[in-house]
Design a protein around this ligand. Sequence first.
Ligand SMILES: NC(=O)c1ccc[n+]([C@@H]2O[C@H](COP(=O)([O-])OP(=O)(O)OC[C@H]3O[C@@H](n4cnc5c(N)ncnc54)[C@H](O)[C@@H]3O)[C@@H](O)[C@H]2O)c1
Length: 381
Amino acid sequence: MSQGTLQRVRFGMIGGGSGSAIGGVHRMALALDGRGELVAGALSSTPERARESAREIGLSAERSYDSWQELIAGESVREADDRVEAVSVVTPNHSHFEIARACLDVGFHVVLDKPMVCDSSEASRLAEAVASSGVSLTVTYNYSGYPLVREARHLVASGAIGAVRKVFVEYHQGWLANDLESSGHKQASWRTDPAQSGGAGALGDIGTHAEHLTRFVTGQAPSELCADVRTYVAGRRVDDDASVFLRYASGASGVLTCSQVCIGAENGLTLRVFGDAGSIAWQQESPEQLVFHDANGKRTVMTRGGDGLSRDAADATRTPPGHPEGFIEAFANIYRGAIERVRGIDSSLSRFAPTVEDGAVGVRFVEKCLSSNGSWVSLSD
Ligand SMILES: NC(=O)c1ccc[n+]([C@@H]2O[C@H](COP(=O)([O-])OP(=O)(O)OC[C@H]3O[C@@H](n4cnc5c(N)ncnc54)[C@H](O)[C@@H]3O)[C@@H](O)[C@H]2O)c1
């Protein structure tokens, strides 16, 4: 990866406090390349915990804020060369829209986790806010940051597997196979509360990752879908499982499944794409390999960092082959893209960093799945 000269981007973080699931990952990803620096935070929903969380990670007391509103107000009045330039929003889904829009309104770039917002109305309004603010918004669909996912995209785009016929994508977890939320488990509780999750369960939480990964690699979005959406755990108020048939305008078809009740599954995200001249297969839990079959069925196992991979894959690669990279590095590629976007640098990293439009497609996909009830619905109306 070319490092070039790039001035560090000053970040604030909202959410992601002590004990959160993904806040620490965002901070590692931000820090990995030394191109971003966390200087301010409103890290928790309660002031005491926000301050304690800030102390734990060495944020100055002066720039540890008791609420996200105070962070925006406090940073906005600092000198331009000192205030935050971008804010990472790492809170439960229901607060994404309000916080992200407030950041955009004062000219802070935004990095926002998925699902981007709770409905298409919020997504449209956020896209308008991005357009009128002149700053950027990047959604952390982090699985698209893996070097071999970039290679998979390159192979499909360059015609190596011919015209896409079939896609199979699955994202299976097992941690919600039982009524974990009734034990008070924090992450399970808000994810299964429709008021905080945004209405969807597994579909919003991991189905959106599967949708984006497939669209990123194939370069195509489905035009129609037919979804069987289920809630297996008694009393649960959101979906915990979905099986979705996909049809594409190109004539391709596919199946997306996402489930959080598959006992034994951890983060089983797998993508297979079959074309009329070959196929590719990639698994998130073995991300250093990409399997390619050519038209004669000859199998090639590509390894990250290996000879002959595309520039896009090389741009996303840090360590030599055989020195494993993983989740943090892929996440950091999204951050690197966001940072280059903030600095106006055109690169594969900035071009591939998911946008507000990508976030909106994910939100719409979830809505359409929830309204399908086993019937085909169009994604274009
Ligand atoms: N990209 C990924 O791989 C990935 C993985 C996990 C979670 N996520 C997403 O990240 C977000 C956070 O999920 P999580 O599992 O880390 O949640 P969490 O419950 O573990 O942590 C949420 C944090 O946000 C804080 N918070 C809540 N409301 C706040 C507010 N109004 N102001 C400031 N802080 C507030 C909480 O105190 C907590 O520290 C969600 O949108 C989730 O979908 C993404």
